[in-house]
Design a protein around this ligand. Structure first.
Ligand code: UD1
Length: 418
């Protein structure tokens, strides 16, 4: 068990590079295991969810070596088991991607119903319906999703509600299913596009990723590929919001600015100066900030994964702001923790109303999930005094080298064992 100690009140200044996208990496690593071959994936972040997925794949017979520079060598010539390990899978939701991979590769999969962040009911009913549409027989029993199919068949599937995980899982399964599968109402997130590009390099023909209709022409003989993951728009957004919250001046290099247009627009509405060009994004705050209203939405809307961090920033913006959460009903786990630091936040239904207080005060708080943890960091950086954040393991699930990056921007951060 470790804690982060953050002494607040320092304006973040400087430049950083963001890591490769965690959510792309999870999908692309699972995709690579579809082929009995070797793949090289660059720009993989060394965060705990990635390490957990690699452990899951190792337990299934895949060999994986992640180097410090983010280069992952994956050898999936052998996939010997079809039962994914319970203890590892329940640590994160993306473990469900092994179901699509194993079903397509071996014709059967037994995958524990996934855990992950406690931010809503997060069922896997869409995944199951999708696999059934591709001809699989699926049951959930004893806490496992069990699927088998002598052979999957191509089909048209309407994703009932924009779902990143369902879209990716079905792209994986369809890529190794000869014939044309069509996914309607597909998620349009950049991580879906990244996965589609990788699957195409492996020999599937995936068209339309980034729109709501994706066509996958699957092939039995997929092969390994070499690919570099896109930059992490959520990590980038977290640092940009932290910079704004501390009235600092931060440049993020190596980011694809159009991936965070909606959050940048909201920061600009709040009075943050945003300079964005194809090479990166700089944010700085010169005057007072203004309250804003935010609705989270599927991409290209404002990402739910930036909601808690944005709330932490707004906690000290004079006036009344509101954030309406439309994706995950339990996203508000950060609220009680921010209140401990003096924030004035009221939650009614799907909306948090935030009345800006003059300042937050350091306090012991908990990182209840990845992005709630990031919100604690944003709050701690601007608070008076010292904040202790426990359950840092949740932050480590999604943020690589968090303290190093914050320190390079001037923050006073320490990690200590409890
Ligand atoms: C992914 C991201 C997560 C992000 C989320 C929304 C990964 C590893 N995680 O999560 O960081 O917050 O997208 O952008 O990429 N749903 C169902 N049944 C299902 C599947 C989903 O009801 O079978 C619901 C969910 O409860 C949620 C909504 O659909 O309300 C969207 O979820 P989804 O896009 O699938 O989220 P994840 O893929 O789990």
């Amino acid at each position: 068990m470790e804690r982060l100690l953050i002494s607040g009140g320092v304006q973040l200044r400087g430049r950083i590079r963001v890591a490769g996208a965690k959510n792309s990496s999870l999908a692309i690593i699972a995709a690579a295991a579809l082929a009995p071959d070797r793949s090289i994936i660059e720009n993989v972040p060394r965060c705990r969810d990635v390490l957990t997925l690699l452990e899951i794949l190792r337990a299934l017979g895949v060999r994986a070596a992640l180097q410090d520079n983010g280069r992952l060598e994956l050898d999936s010539r052998e996939v010997s088991g079809h039962v994914a390990p319970y203890g590892l899978c329940r640590q994160m939701r993306a473990s469900i991607y092994t179901a699509g991979m194993l079903l397509a590769r071996l014709g059967r999969a037994e995958v524990p119903l996934p855990g992950g962040c406690v931010i809503g009911s997060r069922p896997v009913d869409f995944h199951i319906r999708g696999f059934e549409t591709l001809g699989a027989h699926v049951v959930t029993e004893h806490g496992y999703l069990k699927a088998h199919a002598r052979r999957l068949v191509p089909a048209t599937f309407y994703v009932p509600r924009s779902s990143v995980g369902t879209t990716i899982n079905l792209m994986l399964a369809a890529s190794r299913t000869p014939g044309i599968t069509v996914l309607q109402n597909a998620a349009r997130e950049p991580e879906v596009v990244d996965t589609a590009v990788f699957l195409s390099l492996m020999g599937a023909r995936v068209r339309g990723a980034g729109t709501s209709t994706i066509t996958v022409e699957g092939a039995r003989d997929l092969h390994g590929a070499t690919y570099a993951i896109i930059p992490d728009r959520i990590e980038a957004g977290t640092y940009l919001i932290a910079a704004a919250a501390t009235h600092g001046d931060v440049l993020i290099e190596d980011l694809i600015p159009e991936h965070i247009t909606a959050p940048l627009t909201k920061l600009a509405d709040a009075g943050v100066t945003v300079d964005s060009d194809p090479t990166g994004v700089r944010v700085r705050v010169e005057g007072a900030l203004r309250p804003i209203d935010v609705d989270t939405a599927p991409y290209p809307g404002f990402a739910t994964d930036l909601h808690p961090q944005c709330a932490a920033m707004l906690a000290t913006v004079p006036g009344r702001s509101a954030i309406r959460e439309t994706i995950f009903e339990k996203r508000f786990g950060y609220v009680d923790e921010l209140r401990r630091m003096g924030a004035d936040i009221r939650v009614e239904g799907d909306t948090a109303t935030i009345t800006g207080v003059p300042y937050l005060t350091g306090a012991p708080v908990e990182a209840v999930d990845i992005r709630a943890g990031a919100a604690m960091v944003v709050a701690a950086l601007q608070a008076r005094g010292e904040t202790q954040i426990t359950n840092v393991e949740n932050l480590d699930r999604g943020y690589e080298a968090l303290e190093d990056k914050l320190r390079s921007l001037g923050a006073q951060v320490q990690r200590i064992a409890t």
